[in-house]
Design a protein around this ligand. Structure first.
Ligand SMILES: [Zn+2]
Length: 243
């Protein structure tokens, strides 16, 4: 499928989320001619950098390390634009000011589809907060009567939620599998940029193998690696994102 110029927007609580949860779909989208913008809401030092702190990093060093890691992975994945917003990690809270900041970004990015967190995660409070934040921001971004820095309203884009860390504990029910077999090498290389996260990266490769078995059960042929998503709105447009 030709995705020429189609814009994917990824909004994640922490930098690693982009890599574990949706880097296969990002690589696939770019490979097919699409464009990917990413907003990382926090540096992830509240929960994603435990291994760095155990190794003696200061908070400042951990932030620098994650920015360095993510910059490398963004290059590997072909991400066009990414921003780190440096919001409070553990706990991130939704405010009107943050909604307008996201409205502005969405109206500049003008996404055709959005990937973000599922609305429940017992293991990370930020993940569950990001979904209502993105959804409220999208709602406002489409509003003709919402005026933010001279930006123009956008059309509503479908939201696809990527998989939380422990799906079974978080009522995550995927209804879409993206075949990432041809880009699994890119996903592995992107995950490998993350300092002291090799074990987790291996786990997510294994999960992609398991999700490919699921995808095969639902009729996808020749799939060896897949990522699972939940479409939160009924799909009413052409079948993009089923590559
Ligand atoms: Zn996270």
């Amino acid at each position: 499928m030709d995705m020429n110029g189609t814009k994917m927007l990824v909004v994640a609580a922490h930098p690693g989320d982009v890599l574990w949860r949706c880097s296969g779909a990002i690589a696939k989208h770019v490979k097919l001619g699409g464009i990917v913008d990413v907003v990382v809401l926090t540096y992830g030092t509240g929960g994603e950098a435990n291994e760095l702190f155990k190794a003696g990093y200061t908070v400042e060093q951990a932030r620098e390390q994650r920015m360095k890691d993510f910059t490398k992975s963004a290059e590997i994945l072909g991400i066009s634009r990414f921003e780190f917003w440096d919001l409070q990690d553990y706990r991130f809270e939704i405010t009107q000011e943050k909604i307008y900041r996201m409205v502005k970004f969405m109206r500049e990015s003008r996404p055709d589809l959005i990937l973000t967190h599922w609305d429940k995660d017992l293991f990370n409070p930020d993940h569950g907060t990001v979904f209502p934040y993105v959804n409220a921001s999208l709602e406002a971004a489409t509003g003709q009567g919402i005026f933010v820095d001279g930006t123009e309203p956008i059309e509503r884009a479908p939201i696809f939620c990527f998989e939380p860390h422990a799906s079974e504990a978080n009522d995550f029910k995927p209804n879409l599998f993206v075949d990432i077999t041809d880009v699994i090498g890119i996903k592995k290389a992107a995950m490998a940029t993350f300092e002291r996260k090799a074990k987790l990266a291996e786990g997510y490769v294994n999960r992609a193998g398991y999700r490919a078995v699921n995808a095969g059960s639902f009729g996808r042929k020749g799939c060896l690696y897949a990522e699972a998503y939940a479409a939160v709105y009924p799909i009413a447009q052409d079948g993009y994102f089923v590559y």
